[in-house]
Design a protein around this ligand. Structure first.
Ligand code: F6R
Length: 611
């Protein structure tokens, strides 16, 4: 999704803006641009479709410098990824704006502005904002801050904005509603960005703006106004992330790095949350005990990979903790007038904490008045954590690859902690909790072991390079694991992949099976194993090529058209975490063979901050 960087300083800000844009590349984008006010207070702008590297090339050919500036990576929504649609958008060579989010009333604004004779140079909703600021407000006598405050009052939808003006060259104005925005605090300089990662080389001190805030930054001062226009103080927080937390290091791709970071990320997610073989309830927030006491059922809401984590957790909630649990895709939940019973815990799951559908679904759920909310999230200062009663942070560290890997397995780890604390009140005995905690504490080491399969999976992946379709099968918790495996393969290798519960095969998908169709099965050694084996026989009988990731003790053997890869033998409860790893490695290696852009697959963005 789009990214914003801005700076006001004594030094030249162009290199800071460019480095910030490079650090936001992982979010997905298709054009980039920046604008600065030069020493004569003229607005200078450069924009390019394609990568930030293209913008850099353009800037080395015709450099621009300035001490105030804004920059943007755009992920096309309104209008194609062309230079004229790229941000910043400028009005009358005077005001420049970068914008993340979507302005829902842009059609109305555009009609009104056209009627007044304003001309448009792009198809974007953003251009209506810059016209509104300059033509409608500055031209009528307001200063830049007042003009932005007046403009945002008339905007419907989501926005994070950075605004500069040649008439007010010592100022950078920023505002947010529904899209994330942070202010970086330097010494005699300020920065803005849609993500702290963009600013880590220049500061570790951040202010997280709240919904409806507008901020007025000069080199020496910062004033923040809330949605009512009242000046407010917002706390400065120190980020624990280091600038190199987002460096690639020895790895070829971020996805690869993040797959291999999983043992540490899982261990960090458990750290300090278990004492004397019991999960500490306060890890979820100080109100946790009071809220958990009332909970009778759980509703999980999420998107994509996080939704798959939720599906696995629903098996755990019902089978281990005896708590009714339902899981829903956020974009469906938010529009279907759901019925939530009193004493439901609404659990949202999100790596980024900024997914527009998940945020909107949470608002919808809270509006019903009956529920308590808990966020399982990887970003401490995200919109989702701010909106939730309770929070359990996954401690995966920044996830840069668009395809979520360590985000997913740390979500599962965190969700299992939640199942245990809630389950305690619904029949999980201290003995059973101790047993399960013991398994959880072994997960990081088991993942480490499974990662040793990397080379054999790389060799296996060569058989997928020419495939156009793949079928993933699993039963029980392995069905959502299969769904996640199929999602990973399709999003980064562009091979069409579907997942089915193995028992569903004969109700339709079996018709697809022939010698060209690779079928990937996940087979832990559990009570469903014999049933799964019968399903796989159905595939073999139709000439399908089977690839089975099986518990070493499940009794599978490689033979003609059946390739078996032994996975560490493990307890069934934690099996979904462990079996996800070889599927991640498989999709990674297939994507490398196919030569796709592994970390930034086409058409996708890291944080889906628009609907
Ligand atoms: C797939 C993937 C996406 C995200 C989804 C939700 O690999 O990463 O499906 O899981 O967009 O994102 P979050 O978890 O940030 O809410």
């Amino acid at each position: 999704m789009c990214g914003i960087v801005g700076a006001i300083a004594e030094r030249d800000v162009t290199p800071i803006l460019l480095e910030g844009l490079r650090r936001l590349e992982y979010r997905g984008y298709d054009s980039a641009g920046l604008a600065v006010l030069d020493s004569k207070h003229h607005l200078q702008r450069a924009r390019k479709p394609g990568k930030v590297a293209m913008l850099e090339q353009a800037l080395s050919a015709s450099p621009i410098h300035g001490t105030v500036g804004i920059a943007h990576t755009r992920w096309a929504t309104h209008g194609e990824p062309t230079e004229s649609n790229a941000h910043p958008h400028i009005c009358n060579q005077t005001v420049a704006v970068v914008h993340n989010g979507i302005i829902e009333n842009h059609d109305t604004l555009r009609e009104q502005q056209r009627a007044k004779g304003y001309t448009f140079t792009s198809d974007t909703d953003t251009e209506t904002i810059v016209h509104e600021i300059y033509e409608n407000h500055i031209n009528k006598g307001l200063d830049l801050l007042a003009a932005v405050q007046a403009t945002v009052k008339g905007l419907h939808g989501a926005y994070a904005l950075g605004v500069i003006s040649k008439q007010d060259p010592q100022r950078l104005i920023t505002a947010r509603m529904g899209s994330p925005l942070v202010i970086g605090v330097g010494i005699g300089e300020y920065f803005i960005a849609s993500d702290v990662a963009a600013l880590l080389p220049v500061t570790r001190r951040f202010i997280f703006l709240e919904e409806g805030d507008v901020a007025d930054l000069t080199r020496q001062s910062l004033r923040i106004f809330d949605r009512t226009g009242k000046q407010v103080e917002r706390e400065i927080k120190e980020s624990e992330l280091s600038a190199d937390a987002v460096e690639l290091g020895q790895y070829r791709h971020y996805m690869q790095k993040e797959i291999f970071e999983q043992p540490r990320a899982i261990a960090d997610t458990l750290e300090g949350r278990i004492v004397n073989d019991q999960v500490i309830e306060q890890s979820f927030g100080h109100q946790a005990s009071e809220i958990f006491e009332q909970i009778k059922e759980v509703r999980i809401i999420a998107c994509g990979t996080s939704y798959h984590a939720g599906l696995i957790a629903s098996y755990w909630f019902e089978s281990l903790a005896d708590i009714p649990c339902r899981v829903e895709v956020a974009s469906e939940f938010r529009y279907r007038q759901p019925h939530l019973r009193k004493n439901t815990l609404v659990v949202t799951i999100s790596q980024s904490g900024e997914t527009a559908d998940t945020l909107a679904a949470l608002k919808e759920a809270k509006a019903s008045g009956n529920v308590h909310s808990l966020a399982v999230c990887n970003v401490a200062e995200s919109s989702l954590t701010r909106e939730s009663d309770l929070i359990l942070l996954t401690r995966a560290g920044p996830e840069i690859g668009v395809a979520s890997t360590k985000g997913f397995t740390t979500q599962l780890t965190a969700l299992l902690l939640l199942v245990l604390v809630l389950g305690r009140r619904h029949g999980i005995s201290a003995k059973r909790e101790k047993e399960l905690v013991h398994h959880l504490e072994q997960v990081a080491a088991k993942v480490e072991k499974v990662l040793e399969m990397d080379e054999s999976i790389r060799l296996l992946s060569e058989q997928f390079g020419d495939k156009e379709h793949a079928l993933f099968l699993g039963r029980g918790t392995m069905y959502p694991v299969a769904m996640e495996g199929a999602l990973k393969l399709k999003e980064i290798s562009y091979i069409h992949a579907e997942a089915y519960p193995a028992g569903e095969l004969k109700h339709g998908p079996l018709a697809l099976v022939d010698s060209e169709m690779p079928i990937i099965a996940v087979a832990p050694n559990n009570e469903l194993l014999e049933k799964l084996k019968s399903n796989l026989q159905e595939v073999r009988a139709r000439g399908g090529k089977l690839f089975v990731f099986a518990d070493g003790e499940a009794g599978f053997k490689s033979e003609v058209d059946v390739t078996v890869l032994d996975v560490e033998s493990i307890n069934d409860v934690i099996a979904p975490i462990i079996f996800s790893i070889p599927l991640q490695l498989l999709s990674y290696h297939v994507a490398v063979i196919k030569g796709t852009d592994v970390d930034k697959p086409r058409n996708l963005a890291k944080a889906v901050t628009v609907e």
